[in-house]
Ligand binder design. Structure first.
Ligand code: NDP
Length: 439
């Protein structure tokens, strides 16, 4: 029998991706050692050296081999290679596993759906993908979720919901849905590691992922000073000047959070009006008055300069008095500004994770959001395909709140229950016939 390889994880405090990495190995029943680099300069230097210069936690090693950060670990898990390295790869069984209800996504919408579905005896399997726990695991304090007058941390709220779902019998498993085939019953759900499941009903609650700008330097320096998660990486750039790009709640919240570490935070927004709530605008204004934040309006980041070895050197911005300067590069009023900063945080919104539904009868809008029935009365979370429902940020481009995602998750589970109770679920039937009892 082969011995389990040695797994080491460099972590830091307040690091949601470190938790995700630990949760992943926990879920596989694999032991690991952790090294907390917070406040330990020697350990931090050791991590940076072993991780080929990357200054972001976690950094995962298996038998001394660098696996990388959370994204790399997750990608290796999806392809099945991580299990091979860990010596726990599964041999293929006989035929796909069948489930009554599969929920893709373990954010607030997916977990709420799981709580309701488990209580209705629909035996939900929740597949937690690239971002276990969803976006809330990347926020610090959630102060507007009803029932927590003192606020609650995002990861804690998610953990409590997971516990609640599991208490009623929901199963939560790692897995990224790569494709759904809705041409016959039961539906075929293929995961990115090649595993296949079949499902009588499916709730898409796979949320949305952070957008990036696509400017030169951004990809190369991601993890080396460019980041989409201030709570994860802010502490690594202590006493440096930092840029936050965006003008919504996320950008304001991140700018506010980063003042804990930064010398000055520059909040860079492409126009003069902000989407952020007055609450955040007022809170940031206090930090502006105190000299901790400077708001740079009508400006856009066009390039990040630096190297993997030394991180971000400087950022190149363009400005135009009427905003959206990157569309006006030839205008004589457009000026280029170089800013000597040590880190750049992107907070420019999210893209819905719905690629796996392309090619099905589920209708998506041009941005990829699922079109559901909406309106009043039952069936609001129905898609164009009977038995497939949508909830949370895959549907909602407007409210995008934890509490609205929870509400939609609940509705989806109730709609799925209705469907499972009334539809003829005979195997092999075309979707339209099986839906006959589902009006
Ligand atoms: P938003 O879509 O609200 O804001 C995105 C911001 O990024 C906008 O200001 C937008 O500019 C800017 N942007 C988008 N693309 C580009 C680009 N290519 N170049 C430059 N700037 C760009 O996203 P958020 O993530 O901020 O918020 C999403 C939802 O989550 C909201 O409903 C928000 O209320 C909620 N939220 C709540 C929080 C809280 O209350 N604690 C914290 C975080 C999010 P423009 O305005 O010009 O379009």
């Amino acid at each position: 029998m082969s011995e389990q390889p040695r797994v080491e994880i460099y972590t830091k405090e307040d690091c949601p991706y470190c938790r995700k990495a630990k949760d992943l190995f926990d879920s596989k029943g694999v032991d690991y050692e952790t090294y907390n680099v917070t406040g330990d300069d020697d350990l931090f230097e050791e991590m940076v050296e072993r991780a080929d210069g990357r200054k972001t936690a976690p950094e995962v090693f298996v038998d001394d081999e660098l696996i990388g950060g959370w994204d790399d670990t997750q990608a290796l898990d999806e392809s099945g290679e991580l299990d091979e390295k860990l010596g726990i790869a599964d041999d293929a069984g006989d035929g796909p596993e069948h489930r009554r209800l599969v929920v893709s996504g373990s954010g607030i919408a997916g977990l709420t759906a799981a709580i309701y579905a488990a209580r209705s005896n629909n035996d939900p399997l929740v597949l937690q993908g690239d971002e276990p726990g969803g976006q809330l695991t990347l926020t610090t304090d959630v102060e507007n979720y009803p029932g927590f007058p003192e606020g609650i941390s995002g990861p804690e709220l998610v953990d409590q919901m997971k516990e609640q779902a599991e208490r009623f019998g929901a199963e939560i498993r790692n897995g990224v849905v790569a494709d759904v085939d809705d041409s016959a019953r039961p539906y075929r759900v293929e995961l990115s590691n090649g595993d296949v499941l079949t499902a009588d009903a499916f709730i898409a609650a796979s949320g949305a992922s952070a957008r990036t700008l696509g400017v030169p330097g951004e990809d190369e320096l991601m993890g080396y000073g460019v980041s989409t998660c201030a709570t994860c990486d802010g502490a690594f750039f202590r006493d440096e000047d930092m840029i936050v790009v965006g003008g919504g709640d996320a950008a304001f919240e991140e700018a506010d959070f980063l003042t804990k570490f930064a010398d000055t935070v520059y909040l860079v927004h492409r126009r003069e009006n902000f989407r952020a709530e007055d609450y955040w605008v007022d809170r940031v204004q206090e930090k502006v008055d105190a000299g901790d934040i400077e708001i740079i309006e009508n400006a856009e980041l066009v390039e990040v300069h630096g190297s993997v070895e030394d991180g971000v050197d400087y950022a190149e911005l363009v400005r135009h008095p009427e905003g959206y300067p990157s569309e006006k590069l030839d205008d004589p009023e457009t000026e280029t500004v170089e800013m000597d900063v040590g880190a750049v945080f992107l907070a420019i919104g999210h893209t819905p994770n719905t690629e796996y539904l392309e090619g099905t009868g589920v209708e998506l809008d041009e941005a990829g959001y699922i079109k559901t029935e909406g309106g009043t009365g039952g069936g609001q979370t129905k898609t164009g395909v009977p038995g497939i429902f949508g909830a949370g940020d895959v549907v909602d481009f407007h409210y995008q709140q934890a509490v609205t995602a929870a509400g939609m998750g609940c509705k989806a589970a109730l709609d799925a229950d209705d469907y499972l109770e009334t539809a003829d679920l005979g195997a092999g039937q075309p979707a339209t016939e099986a839906a006959a009892g589902d009006d």
